[in-house]
Ligand binder design. Structure first.
Ligand SMILES: [Zn+2]
Length: 411
């Protein structure tokens, strides 16, 4: 299994300039590739192959006066920019032909110097190296200081350097983990109802609210955004406000991620199997519940549960979202009438009294267990999971400083 490990890095002024140059060159090569393929398509020519793209836009382009400056940066960075473009095209093609499930993938777009996030990637070929003094040696950039919040479990296969909207730099390493991290088995299994009144309600009756500090940070962010909206376009004060908002945003994202890591690690450690209702977050995202849904960050949370389950030999499953978890009585199985969102507790004709969310979580657990026993033969152990969602190779999350969490030794 491949995992990402993210650390803050602190390049000096010269290194920042070298990084800016690399970001720029990677962007130019990416855009050149996109333009070439678009033109070929408009002219009715065939799709320009990956190899031809690399030859024309890197090897040959460096010989021309217009693109000679591409020689100033590591060629691996340029090749990886084209690799990103190739992946974007492949995902797009797979999406339109139906080979790729889920949301439709849009065709690749041009990158802009104004993008909030700039990134480059170095692979093994580039000979990047973690030095004994703790610095990260990057070809044509230099030895960059890293804040190591934990140690890398093995040799990284690649590293992306990311600059986020708040002007911070991160190194995001991809590390391959062996399958020897299975936790000792436990009898406990849990169903989780993700909700709006509580972040999560567990089938054992535990209710987990989003922590106060997170809500406070979100309020502060909102205030800064309002302040930004009042600033005149193009003014120096607006620029300052933009940075402030970006910083606050990054802080909220970091805090939420840390908290979710802590919660998901606890759930995976304490339970042999974890089941959640497969909420259609994309669908909900368009309704008026959108804001609170996005604030809740369910998708990133269930993504964490999924990869941690795979990593530690636990079972994780999403149960069918069309299953009526809320109005089905967990005692007798009767499906009752729909109820409004503000109904927090209800009585079933069978005589059971239910807390709405706890009842739902118990149903999720039962449904998950039923599904799981049906295909137990097929899936004795969860399969390998790639780098976690939202932290994948092509779109690493800029603000992803995975700090060590108090009292939890891993992740
Ligand atoms: Zn009942």
């Amino acid at each position: 299994m491949q995992l990402r490990y993210n650390f803050r890095v602190y390049p000096d002024t010269a290194q920042c300039e070298a990084l800016a140059r690399s970001f720029g060159c990677a962007r130019v090569v990416f855009n050149d590739g996109l333009r070439l393929r678009r033109q070929a398509r408009e002219n009715g020519e065939k799709y320009v192959s990956d190899a031809e793209l690399s030859r024309r836009l890197i090897t040959e382009a460096k010989q021309t006066p217009e693109r000679a400056w591409l020689g100033e940066v590591s060629s691996v960075v340029l090749q990886q920019a084209l690799a990103d473009l190739n992946t974007a095209y492949r995902n797009f093609f797979a999406s339109i032909t139906g080979k790729r499930k889920g949301r439709k993938v849009a065709p690749p777009r041009y990158r802009s110097r104004k993008d909030n996030r700039q990134a480059i990637r170095f692979t093994k070929n580039s000979r990047f190296k973690v030095l004994d003094n703790g610095r990260l040696r990057l070809p044509k950039i230099g030895d960059v200081p890293v804040r190591w919040s934990r140690s890398l479990p093995s040799d990284p296969s690649s590293v992306a350097i990311i600059k986020d909207a708040a002007g911070r730099y991160f190194a995001s390493f991809v590390v391959t983990i062996g399958q020897d991290e299975t936790l000792p088995p436990t009898d406990s299994e849990v169903g989780i109802d993700l909700g709006l009144t509580h972040f999560a309600v567990l089938s054992d009756g535990t209710k987990v609210a989003a922590p106060k500090f997170l809500r406070r940070a979100a309020r502060k962010l909102k205030r800064l955004q309002q302040a930004l909206a009042r600033k005149t376009k193009g003014s120096a004060n607006r620029k300052k406000a933009v940075v402030k908002v970006a910083r606050a945003h990054a802080r909220v994202a970091d805090t939420r991620r840390d908290w979710q890591h802590k919660l998901s690690t606890m759930l995976i450690r304490d339970n042999q199997a974890v089941y959640v209702e497969d909420l259609c977050v994309v669908g909900l995202g368009r309704t008026r519940l959108a804001k609170s849904v996005h604030d809740a960050g369910w998708a990133s949370f269930t993504g964490m549960l999924e990869y941690k389950a795979a990593r530690y030999g636990r079972t994780f499953a999403r149960v069918d979202r069309f299953f009526p978890s809320t109005r089905m009585c967990s005692a007798c199985g009767r499906i009752n009438d729909k109820m409004a969102l503000d109904v927090r507790a209800w009585d079933c004709p069978c005589g059971s009294h239910h807390d709405r969310d706890v009842n739902a979580a118990i149903n999720v657990l039962a449904a998950g267990q039923a599904d799981n026993s049906n295909d137990r033969g097929a899936q004795v152990r969860p399969g390998l999971v790639p780098a976690p969602r939202g932290e994948a190779v092509t779109h690493p999350n800029p603000a992803c400083s995975t700090r060590s969490v108090e009292g939890i030794s891993v992740l």
